[in-house]
Design a protein around this ligand. Structure first.
Ligand code: G6P
Length: 479
């Protein structure tokens, strides 16, 4: 197989840009604002990198192209593949299974077949791009079979895999009808990264129980197979982060500061602004948070218009049933609370079903006295880190769910169990009335963590650990 010769190839379900196909078939690209792009861009430019991924639109064949110093290689998906591989297996089987079965996962053999087929296509696309002896970094749950498939095609390359979402305990993972194939898929990598130490431990336990392989601590031994020598695979935590400095700087700009003041004025200059920012996903605990807020107003422990809740819920995976139901439930709840407790021109909950640019997000963070992150399960939760990075004034309080990866690091936040509505309500009242000195003390500690451990440090530590893996012994002749 010919290879295009890139030393570092990133493989992710999505490209770092979204395509829009105009009515005349004209193609335009918008940069998607995801954290992974910001993290990888400098590394990619320096390393002569290529990014393999889907454009976000079905049924379009697009040629590879160069942008911002990296090569982008679109992988096409048909409409049926989007339904079976992306909406089906990735987001209606794996996503709920890996998030504590908050919603019941659906298993369909047809979805699995298409997941395999699409993973094979991504593996072939990566194999065609990577230079002899190069490095491939595969991302997330949509592509768990790629490491093994790629190793078959290119035994000469180093392969890393990073799981952005939680890795479930054995008792849940074992439900997956294709559990062994998924574990074997992942074990094609040399290094498997997880958000939390607990996720890596879950994975090693799954390996011990579902395969015959031996493990020692975080190391898994894969015995020699044919002319392939024995290999050691490492499963380790690498908690992801954000471009903290960029966020901090953005939030200090006069434009963002002015916009934050304007937002508070638009909200009617309340004493306390509570804020939630999430993809509209059932893992985020949006209903728990709104319910708790509604009860606090009913109890008279908080009141409108002195206190308001702003909930930004960005549209997500709108063709998947559980997401459609969630939207109905959230909107019903918001409508009820506003109907019962709002006043003319003064709703209790300002609900926004939109996505916003980074500048507006930074202004919202600055305008919020209390940030509510109440996820029922979340790999990391970058919103919590963005809020902290934006608060160079050392003000504001972060209420953070214990069930997020971020809770492992952000221990100076106000930690909550979002299932405990009484406890959540107490934490919200505490945060709304927090003593400014205590708020400052907590925020300083949080900022130290977030500013030190930024996304550049994350990608650097993963790639250094991968580079430390002994070079693959068998080099394929790719000339
Ligand atoms: C999570 C996943 C990502 C995914 C993102 C947005 O953060 O870990 O892999 O890209 O959600 O979801 P979407 O389905 O729109 O790509």
């Amino acid at each position: 197989m010919g290879s295009a010769g890139y030393d570092l190839v990133v493989v992710a379900n999505r490209l770092p840009v979204d395509v829009t196909i105009g009515p005349d078939g004209d193609v335009s690209w918008d940069r998607s604002p995801g954290g992974l792009v910001t993290a990888m861009e400098p590394v990619m430019v320096e390393a002569n990198g290529a990014w393999v991924g889907w454009s976000g639109a079905p049924d379009v064949e697009l040629e590879p192209f160069d942008t911002d110093g990296m090569r982008l290689v679109p992988v096409p998906l048909s409409e049926a593949e989007v339904a079976d591989y992306y909406e089906g297996f990735s987001n209606d089987s794996l996503w709920p299974l890996y998030h504590d079965v908050i919603e019941p996962p659906t298993f369909h053999r047809q979805w699995w077949e298409v997941y395999r087929k699409v993973n094979q296509r991504f593996a072939e696309a990566a194999a065609a791009q990577v230079a002899p002896g190069g490095t491939v970094w595969v991302h997330d749950y949509q592509l768990q079979l790629v490491p093994r498939m790629l190793r078959e095609l290119r035994p000469d390359v180093r392969i890393g895999f990073f799981n952005h979402i939680p890795f479930p305990p054995l008792e849940l993972f074992a439900q997956l009808p294709w559990r062994t194939a998924v574990v074997e898929g992942l074990l094609g990598a040399d290094l498997i990264g997880f958000q939390r130490a607990g996720d890596a431990q879950n994975f090693v336990r799954v390996v011990r129980r579902l395969t015959d392989l031996t493990t020692r601590g975080q190391m898994i031994t894969v015995p020699a197979e044919g002319d392939r020598p024995e290999r050691h695979v490492r499963a380790m935590p690498f908690p992801i982060s954000i471009d903290s400095k960029k966020f901090d700087e953005l939030a200090r700009t006069p434009e963002v500061q002015a916009r934050a003041k304007e937002i508070r004025a638009e909200l009617g200059d309340p004493d306390v602004v509570l804020l939630g920012v999430d993809r509209l996903d059932y893992t985020k605990g949006i209903r728990h948070r709104i319910k708790a807020f509604g009860e606090l107003l009913e109890d008279g422990r908080l009141s409108v218009p002195e206190t308001v809740l702003v909930q930004v819920a960005s549209p997500s995976r709108e063709n998947v049933g559980a997401y459609q139901q969630l939207r109905e439930h959230v909107e019903l709840l918001v409508g009820r609370i506003n109907g019962d407790l709002g006043e003319l021109g003064r709703p209790a909950v300002h609900y926004l079903h939109h996505s916003y640019p980074m500048e507006e997000m930074a202004a919202l963070y600055l305008a919020a006295d209390v940030m509510l992150v109440t996820a029922l399960r979340d790999g990391m939760n970058l919103v919590a880190k963005e809020y902290v990075a934006a608060r160079s004034d050392d003000r504001g309080a972060l209420v953070l769910s214990e069930f997020t990866g971020a809770a492992d690091e952000l221990t100076s936040s106000i930690l909550v169990n979002p299932h405990d509505i009484a406890g959540l309500k107490n934490a919200m009242v505490y945060a709304a009335n927090i003593d400014p000195r205590e708020a400052r003390k907590r925020m300083r500690r949080l900022r130290r963590k977030v500013l030190e451990n930024d996304v550049a440090a994350w990608s650097h530590s993963f790639l250094s650990a991968l580079a430390a893996v002994p070079a693959p012994q068998k080099t394929q002749d790719t000339q």
